[in-house]
Design a binder for this molecule. Structure first.
Ligand code: PLP
Length: 401
């Protein structure tokens, strides 16, 4: 009899993973992969932070047993997450208005949040920025929601079309879910100003929208505190909202899958009921989160010494990305490029929408072995002191051609 899989079709390849495969197969020694979504150090390697290494060594020596964790993860981890997002002096935390559950990276946090909102508001539509991280649409659709875009990036100014964004949000049905990149917008690098965040808060309040902040890069723009501006604006509003957060980038712990979902409620009693429902979602997905990554992050954040070490290392990553931004702009100028690339310095986080066309991206690949996403998104953290000159020369050639 025929296999039950006989008629299964091949799913489309993930465009970025496909890019990585082509890059790996490229024999040119000078090749550079700017398509990645991770931070590389100046040697082109994913760093293992000293703070992480120190905490791991202590954990190995303590040799803890590996019992199950609570469904929502341990209090030491969830409390540390809350302090980073809301600040240690947060009234919301003091009032018991925040529910946090450890999750499998930022993606896992989005997924348990999506599954929970689907139960809470089954008729809701989810709105994501145009463009957005490519997994947002797929993830919320997989959770059963219709997903639509709100205007965000404006190619002409290489910034945010804030009037368009606000006008669209102002037309949404009450109970619509609005996914907002809290900082370091992926893929464009264009963020809202502090004043614009306050306006978004007011639209969400006026329309009865459900904000879902995605915080995947806290500490990559200006620092832990300043990068929490969106969280703080919503916290001050008295609204209920969701936050997915991730330590993949800020701790360079991609493969350990460490993130969290936080939900702000109207009070302690609501928090208890919401947590009980969230636990059902988690229990029926993966039961409870893994131990190692969360234990390392909690150990670092809950030790004054390791926390300082981590903040210094995070600052180092941030400064290096910034140096690559200014370096690239200066070297393009030095190569005689007339086009103004100064926007690259203003964009925030790991990425830049360079404005390079798909054809220019294609020439970078075929003529120089430099790989980027066809939208023109490049990862600044893939540049380093050895390859930046080569990349600048190559971009100069394709934009002058
Ligand atoms: N959200 C955004 C905007 C991202 O850019 C990413 C990672 O690239 C994630 C979520 C997912 O992070 P994680 O790797 O922790 O699942």
């Amino acid at each position: 009899s025929a296999s039950i899989f006989a008629a299964v079709e091949m799913a489309p390849r993930d465009p970025i993973l496909g890019l990585n495969e082509s890059f790996a197969a490229d024999a040119r020694s000078e090749k550079v992969n700017l398509g990645v979504g991770v931070y590389y150090d100046d040697n082109g390697k994913i760093p293992l932070l000293a703070a992480v290494r120190t905490a791991e060594k202590a954990r190995l020596e303590a040799a803890p047993a590996r019992g199950y964790q609570p469904i929502e993860g341990p209090a030491a981890y969830n409390g540390a997450v809350q302090n980073l997002l809301f600040g240690t002096d947060s009234a919301l935390l003091a009032d018991g208005k925040v529910v946090t559950a450890q999750a499998l990276g930022g993606t896992g946090a989005l997924k348990i949040g999506a599954d929970y909102i689907r139960r809470l508001l089954p008729g809701a539509t989810v709105y994501i920025s145009d463009p957005s991280w490519e997994n947002h649409r797929a993830l919320f659709e997989a959770a059963g929601f219709p997903v639509e875009n709100y205007p965000y990036y404006e190619a002409g100014t290489r910034g945010v079309n804030f009037a368009g964004m606000k006008a669209r949000l102002d037309t949404l049905q009450p109970g619509s879910v609005v996914v907002l990149h809290a900082c370091c917008h992926n893929p464009t690098g264009a963020d809202l100003s502090d004043a614009q965040w306050n306006e978004v808060v007011e639209v969400c309040r006026a329309r009865g929208l459900v904000p879902f902040l995605d915080m995947a890069y806290q500490g990559f723009a200006d620092g832990i505190e300043p990068d929490a501006v969106a969280v703080r604006a919503f916290s001050a509003s008295g609204l209920q909202f969701f936050i997915s957060s991730s330590f993949s980038k800020s701790f360079s712990l991609y493969g350990e899958r460490v993130g969290a979902l936080s939900i702000v409620t109207a009070g302690k009693d609501e928090s208890a009921r919401v947590l009980s429902q969230l636990k059902r979602v988690i229990r029926t997905n993966y039961s409870n989160p893994p131990t190692h990554g969360g234990a390392i992050v909690a150990a670092v954040l809950n030790s004054a010494e390791l926390r300082q070490m981590w903040e210094d290392e995070l600052g180092g990553m941030r400064d290096r990305i910034r140096a690559m931004r200014t370096g690239l702009v200066e070297q393009l100028k030095a190569e005689g490029v007339a086009q103004d690339f100064s926007f690259v310095v203003k964009q925030r986080g790991m990425f830049s929408y360079t404005g390079l066309s798909a054809a220019q991206v294609e020439s970078l690949k075929s003529d120089f072995g430099i790989y980027a996403v066809s939208t023109g998104r490049i990862c600044l953290a893939a540049l380093n002191s050895k390859n930046i000159g080569y990349v600048a020369k190559a971009i100069a050639q394709v934009v002058k051609a």
